[in-house]
Design a protein around this ligand. Structure first.
Ligand SMILES: [Zn+2]
Length: 155
């Protein structure tokens, strides 16, 4: 029978910490909320002046369904009502990413694999330069990737 991987005590502790936080995380709404200011179609409206006085801000909730982005406008009350659910989902994604990175590190060490880079020219977004050929001792010390920032306000 195949031997199970042997995580180090610190890795077991990390896995336990992540699982414990995930267990208590509560409800999760996917996607992110962006504030937008818009122009309307009315001729002579202030939104077409120079400088323009745009309408809004309006809050747009965007998420992916089957690979396509779908959006919904939210009222201020709705944003407030689901604020925690949006931030819970964001935290859950961070924790899952951390858990996957931890598991990958253990599997790579167990199997003696070199870390894999993204296939075509561009590097994986969280890959630190020079880490691809890191020695096993360096690999365990890789710092956690910073949360990526997009142009959106994930609540
Ligand atoms: Zn207008």
């Amino acid at each position: 029978m195949a031997e199970p991987p042997r995580p180090e005590p610190a890795e077991d502790a990390d896995q336990h910490r992540i699982a414990t936080e995930l267990a208590d995380i509560g409800y999760c709404l996917p996607g992110s909320v962006t504030e937008r200011q818009l122009r309307c179609g009315k001729p002579g409206c202030a939104c077409k002046a120079d400088p323009p006085v745009l309408h809004g801000p309006y809050r747009q909730w965007s998420r992916k369904i089957g690979g396509k982005t779908v959006s919904r406008w939210l009222s201020g009350d709705q944003v407030e009502r689901y604020e925690d659910w949006f931030s819970n989902a964001k935290r859950a994604r961070e924790l899952l990413t951390e858990l996957e990175a931890l598991s990958l590190r253990i599997a790579e060490r167990t199997e003696g694999w070199d870390p894999q880079a993204a296939p075509t020219g561009h590097r994986a977004r969280n890959e630190d330069q020079g880490q691809t050929n890191a020695s096993p001792s360096q690999r365990g010390k890789r710092r956690e990737p910073a949360p990526r920032s997009r142009g959106t306000t994930a609540l």
